[in-house]
Design a protein around this ligand. Structure first.
Ligand SMILES: NC(=O)C1=CN([C@@H]2O[C@H](COP(=O)(O)OP(=O)(O)OC[C@H]3O[C@@H](n4cnc5c(N)ncnc54)[C@H](OP(=O)(O)O)[C@@H]3O)[C@@H](O)[C@H]2O)[C@@H](O)CC1
Ligand SMILES: [K+]
Length: 487
């Protein structure tokens, strides 16, 4: 698991080392890690044109020291100082010694011909969007030829939330120090951060346990163990699906298929789309009766395409009245938002899977801080909330959160959510803790999207088709498709 640490948590860990007189060492580790990543991205130092955008804080110091290391290897480095009187003195001296040039925001910044632009305007000490001069140069960097690399955090992005309140530096890569900050992987910030490279500066022993995480393939593989010699079709949990309708069986077919393909055990279906499900998936045990007629299950998925009329409401209430884990998706979310007490009183895990509009029907705005919003609704309802988005967020009532690291925008296709709920139901039936299981389902669904999209535009049924291959690849380990790298 990759821990996501807030700016305050990183500062608290830094304080321990600063109190021990390690300030210079910390910045040197950060700057060296940064220079190493830059060299790797550039492929050469000699003759490379590098522009540093340098603010008045330590973030600018990191950029200056890294720039000095690149200049010492023959790069042509220009530092643009936003506040010449407050630029990090030792960093500036190091750059000058190495032959770097220094200018102001109106000077010859080299952005038109740069191979690389380092954003050291502001790091975890930043507040709000970029100020005018910084915004202007960030914009020029984004439209210029240089590869854009953010130091610690793209300037203008809130390190904790990913919120972007005004202009921000659009980085293709972000080199971050000590811990990945949530704002690099969630909300708008994710788009500004690009690929995240984590540089170890020795903070780990001093960091508080993270309250938000990203799962890796290896974490998710633990949810996908192949059956052992003593397993039978019941032993890894049976999932029940209530979804779809006689007129619109598609959601039920996708959801049931996704559950079957994720963990081929037993899937039971109950509802009016019975004929369609039977025709598509002869492996499922199907009834056109009530959930209670379906036989024993260990988890329910309720919602996709089931409608919101009185019949649908009574089916949902029946499922929620059980002491089993329940996934509340799509139409079931609409009904639960009308009657949140259907969910609130439950003792067994409930996982809600809203997109933004469905989420806001519960009376909580999503806003720019998606993790906090998901935590708020989770605490209010006593349920796990999986808030779908470019980076899906999962929050548990106790505040534990996960941010999904996989996926592709190709997943925004009709029926994609039905597939996710089927995957989630089948993993939940194994009885593993609901929040991490929901995060594992989002991870697997995102991976399926990446694998399916590699062949071209995707339909939700393509996701179902590639699920077995996806499970195999995730079990095989390796995070080759994940947007992170160690450095
Ligand atoms: N501590 C350590 O040993 C280590 C720290 N490390 C590094 O230090 C960074 C934190 O440094 P920090 O605390 O100095 O703050 P920092 O992010 O540079 O920002 C302060 C400056 O930003 C300015 N500013 C603010 N908002 C702005 C805006 N919207 N638009 C424009 N400017 C804005 C603000 O201006 P002011 O308000 O003072 O006028 C001030 O000048 C951290 O991210 C990491 O990179 C690593 O080297 C590891 C060791
Ligand atoms: K920065």
């Amino acid at each position: 698991m990759i821990g996501l640490s807030t700016a305050a948590e990183v500062r608290a860990a830094e304080d321990v080392l600063l109190a021990a007189g390690r300030e210079g060492a910390l910045m040197q580790r950060a700057a060296t890690g940064l220079a190493v990543v830059c060299l790797r991205l550039l492929g050469r130092a000699h003759g490379a044109r590098v522009t540093l955008l340098v603010g008045a804080g330590n973030n600018g110091g990191d950029a200056l020291f890294a720039g000095a290391q690149l200049a010492a290897r023959g790069a042509r480095v220009t530092a643009v100082l936003f506040d010449a009187d407050r630029a990090h003195p030792a960093g500036l001296a190091a750059l000058r010694r190495a032959g770097g040039r220094v200018t102001g925001p109106e000077g010859p910044d080299g952005l038109d011909r740069a191979d690389l632009v380092l954003d050291g305007i502001v790091g975890i000490g930043g507040r709000g969007g970029l100020r005018t001069e910084a915004a202007r140069l960030a914009e020029r960097a984004a439209t210029g030829p240089g590869l854009t690399v953010a130091v610690d955090v793209p300037s203008g992005v809130d390190a904790d939330t990913g919120a972007v309140e005004g202009a921000a530096f659009a980085a293709v890569h972000t080199v971050t120090f000590g811990a990945v900050k949530p704002g690099l992987v969630v909300g708008e910030g994710r788009g500004y951060a690009g690929t995240v490279h984590l540089v170890d500066i020795g903070l780990a022993p001093h960091l508080a346990p993270a309250r938000a995480h990203q799962l890796t393939d290896a974490d998710v593989a633990a949810h996908l163990e192949p059956p052992g010699p003593t397993d039978d079709k019941y032993s890894r949990g049976v999932v029940g699906v209530v979804a779809g309708s006689a007129v619109y069986p598609g959601a039920a077919v996708l959801c049931t298929g996704a559950a079957l393909r994720t963990r081929p055990g037993l899937v039971r279906y109950a509802g009016t789309a019975a004929d369609g499900v039977r025709a598509a998936w002869p492996e499922a045990i199907v009834t056109d009766g009530r959930p209670g007629d379906a036989g024993r299950v260990q988890a329910w998925v309720a919602g996709p395409g089931m409608g919101t009329d009185d019949d649908a409401r009574s089916v949902l209430a029946e499922v929620l009245a059980t002491d089993l884990p329940v996934v509340v998706d799509a139409d079931a979310l609409t009904m639960a938002a009308r009657e949140p007490d259907l969910v609130r009183g439950r003792t067994a895990p409930t996982v809600l899977t809203p997109h933004d509009r469905e989420f806001e029907r519960f009376g909580v705005p999503v806003g720019g801080d998606r993790i906090s919003s998901a935590r708020r609704l989770a605490a209010d309802l006593g349920a796990v909330v999986l808030l779908k988005g470019d980076a899906t967020v999962v929050a548990a009532p106790d505040g534990t959160a996960f941010v999904n690291a996989t996926g592709t925008s190709d997943l925004a296709t009709a029926g994609s959510g039905d597939v996710l709920s089927g995957v989630l139901g089948s993993l939940l039936a194994a009885g593993t803790p609901a929040a991490e299981t929901a995060a594992a389902a989002a991870h697997l669904h995102g991976r399926a999207g990446q694998i399916a999209a590699a062949r071209g535009p995707i339909l939700a049924s393509d996701l179902v088709r590639v699920l077995p291959d996806t499970v195999g690849r995730v079990r095989g380990g390796g995070d080759a498709l994940l947007g992170h790298s160690g450095a």
